[in-house]
Design a protein around this ligand. Sequence first.
Ligand SMILES: [Cu+2]
Length: 141
Amino acid sequence: MLVGCIDFGDPQPNKPDGDENVVLGGASSGGAGSGGASDGGTGATAGAEETIVTIANLAFSPREVTIEAGGTVRWLMEDVGFFHFLVEGAPDAPATYEPLFDTPRLDPGEDFTYTFKRPGEYTYYCSNHVSTMSDAKVTVE
Ligand SMILES: [Cu+2]
């Protein structure tokens, strides 16, 4: 970490009052220009990280991942001969629980991404293979 030399700007030199020609903060605030935030394109956004979880042999690999808040997990479905549904939460969650994600059917070659905005521990499972695919977790720091 760089320490020091943080220059918050000199205190404004005290000008005499009555100077009415003060320019108020350059009115041309055309700052936020092309902010096309959510195009799924080439995504070279600084700080955006993507963590890969592969689904094969009725298992998630790695089964647990840790990411930073704002990071994205991409599940790559490579389990030939099966299909899966990824659901956040636990299989025994109450029916009123609303999972963060509940995917459509994922077939081999497909993928699914989810961006975790808030820190926490998020378990998830496959609702089609609850007995074997129910103890995976994403930890968001
Ligand atoms: Cu499954």
